[in-house]
Write a protein that binds this ligand. Structure first.
Ligand code: ADP
Ligand code: MG
Length: 594
């Protein structure tokens, strides 16, 4: 083996650069973080070629004195650590690695002018070569230009994705930082297009965070956000939560910020997931912007070169605080279904209303719409002498004004309950609503120590696939607590002896197979509680009134009254709304009466 040698600085830098600057987005992140650390109020980012050609970050922060410019690009040189203990880090940067790492893999030019200085100075670095600092023109603040990223490290170039994908990643990085610092203005331009234009948000902390979140995530989200604020043992949590019905199929709308630093933290993510628990189906991700503030010595940020992971000194407290306060916030809004849905429903009707004034439909209308409008304007066919039996039932007993969900009036398509309320109408998805009720009953039963079971007259044999039977039998005790008594039955089957009483006497094969599949695929990541919650959700789904079952008015009213009593009845276990409401005023608007 050759002798051991100390590597030249350039090689050291390039090795380190690999960890810090993985792709254009990581350089963007480091430079924007530097601007924020410099106290900037406005930050501009310009990208070309997805960041490979050019990354330009300008700020109006404190600047770098000319004589310190050469130091700024030296490895492990930083102005951000007051002492050498690493326990009280209040800035985003502290490792003194970003600028030298970028210089190791690109051409870097820094122009900076502290607000008090008469002129700016520029330093240009590329690999080993350093030019300057020399006087130049520049406004107060700092402007960092990165060109030809990775040109000299072809290995890394090969791993980059398309320009579009790299640009998207850079945009997301800036959005995350922008959400963490709503009081700072951000502009991002790429290939001559302005992709982000965020004015500094005003108002107190939660208010400006909400403004920024809405600016980033879309205006229609505004009605679906719930505020959270809590504190425990010196740890403060605040932020915004999306209602379950506003959940998305990708986790991109989750912003987690610890002491002003956007993080990708497993603990926080799993706490967030646990807080929504059974309100969301697998594969749905809540919208959330959560800010955690705690004394810097109680969180270690020096875990990863990119500084996106943290370690908490007391993870249990953090987890408890997050889950507890999020659950409380969501429970308080449990009866609220996403307001957007009713609005959207209204929106779909509106285009037609413009033709109701008696004009012939304009030829520019889309085909389907024009035909519909014409049909509306055609003379009405005479009404049949009497309503067909079953379509209109006599008025129901309850007074519509007496209950929030009103009085049931009819069932449509054997799936939807139409109810009249004091000032409008409610449409209930009977399957979703019943599912929620059954689920809450199961859960309540569970909390009181086990669900009531019903013995099957004829025990049912359920055939199962390999692995599924074992997964199920391993959880016999938990399943029993949930009201399901099973035992092994030959090599590929189980015997079901008892079922949860709420489910009634119905074939349990489908339910047991679904449970087995789910248990077999549950990773070890899931806590026991979550597992039981999911099992209960599956049980509820299979035990509920299916869409397509005809209900009597009395049955419908009973379901409505049960919904009113059930916590979280605004959504089913899959996060879909269970009911929507149209106010009388909305209906009148649809008919152009207002
Ligand atoms: P770190 O941010 O970890 O300190 P960097 O390599 O990112 O390391 O930056 C080195 C130093 O250069 C910083 O500590 C700071 O003093 C200075 N600096 C970098 N960018 C800026 C900026 N935009 N405005 C003011 N100073 C900056
Ligand atoms: Mg830095």
């Amino acid at each position: 083996m050759p002798a051991i040698r100390v590597l030249p600085e350039e090689v050291v830098n390039r090795i380190a650069a690999g960890e810090v600057v993985e792709r254009p987005a990581s350089a963007v992140k480091e430079l924007v973080e530097n601007a924020l650390d410099a106290g900037a109020r406005r930050i501009g980012v310009t990208l070309a070629g997805g960041g490979r050609g050019l990354i330009l970050v300008e700020d109006d922060g404190c600047g770098i004195p000319a004589e310190e410019l050469p130091l700024a690009v030296r490895r492990h040189a930083t102005s951000k650590l007051a002492d050498d203990t690493l326990v009280r880090i209040a800035t985003l940067g502290f490792r003194g690695e970003a600028l030298p790492s970028i210089a190791a893999v690109a051409r870097l030019a820094i122009t900076s002018r502290p607000p008090g200085a008469d002129s700016a100075f520029t330093l240009v670095v590329e690999g080993e070569r350093v030019e300057g600092p020399r006087p130049s023109a520049g406004r107060p603040g700092t402007r960092v230009e990165v060109r030809d990223l990775f040109r000299r490290t072809p290995a890394r170039l090969k791993f980059l994705r398309s320009e579009r994908a790299e640009l998207q990643a850079a945009l997301e990085v800036v959005e995350r930082l922008a959400l963490a610092r709503p009081e700072v203005g951000f502009v991002l331009e790429a290939e001559g297009r302005r992709l982000l234009d965020l004015a500094p948000a005003e108002g107190e902390r939660l208010e400006r965070t909400a403004r920024r979140a809405i600016a980033l995530l879309g205006r229609d989200l505004a009605r679906d956000l719930v505020e959270v604020e809590a504190e425990r043992d010196g740890i403060r949590l605040f932020g915004l939560l999306g209602l379950p019905t506003a959940a998305r199929s990708d986790p991109g709308a989750q912003f987690l910020v610890v002491n002003g630093r956007p993080v990708q933290d497993r603990l926080l993510k799993s706490a967030l997931k646990a807080a929504y628990g059974d309100l969301l189906a697998a594969g749905r991700h809540p919208v959330a912007a959560l800010f955690l503030e705690l004394p810097p010595e109680r969180v270690d940020v020096n875990v990863h070169p990119a500084k996106i992971e943290v370690r908490f000194a007391d993870p249990g407290t953090v987890r408890g605080l997050v889950i507890g306060s999020l659950r409380r916030a969501l429970a308080e809004h449990g009866q609220r279904t996403a307001g957007r849905i009713a609005t959207a429903a209204l929106g779909t009707f509106r285009p037609g209303s413009t033709t109701f004034a008696g004009r012939p439909p304009s030829p520019s209308l889309p085909r389907g719409l024009a035909e519909t409008a014409a049909a509306f304007q055609a003379p009405l066919a005479p009404l049949p002498p009497a309503a067909p039996p079953g379509a209109v039932e006599p008025p129901a007993e309850p007074d519509p004004a007496a209950y929030p969900l009103g009085a049931a009036r009819a069932q449509l398509h054997d799936s939807y309950i139409l109810a009249q309320t004091a000032d409008g109408l409610v449409i209930v998805d009977q399957h979703a609503a019943h599912e929620r009720i059954v689920f809450e009953k199961l859960k309540a039963g569970l909390a009181e120590g086990g669900v009531a079971r019903q013995v099957l007259l004829l025990p049912e044999v359920v055939e199962l696939g390999p692995g599924e039977r074992e997964a199920l039998l391993e959880r016999t005790d938990e399943l029993l607590a949930l009201g399901l008594a099973i035992e092994p039955f030959g090599p590929g089957a189980v015997l079901v002896r008892e079922v949860p009483a709420v489910l009634g006497e119905r074939p349990s094969g489908e339910l047991v197979r679904a449970l087995a599949k789910e248990l077999a695929s549950l990773g070890s990541l899931f806590t026991l509680e979550a597992a039981i919650g999911r099992v209960a959700a599956t049980a509820a789904c299979h035990g509920s009134v299916r869409a397509g079952r005809r209900l009597s008015l009395a049955e419908m009213d009973a379901l409505l009254r049960q919904m009113e009593r059930t916590p979280g009845a605004g959504q089913c276990n899959h996060g879909r709304p269970t009911w929507i409401e149209l106010k009388r005023a909305d209906i009148e608007r649809l008919f152009a009466r207002r």
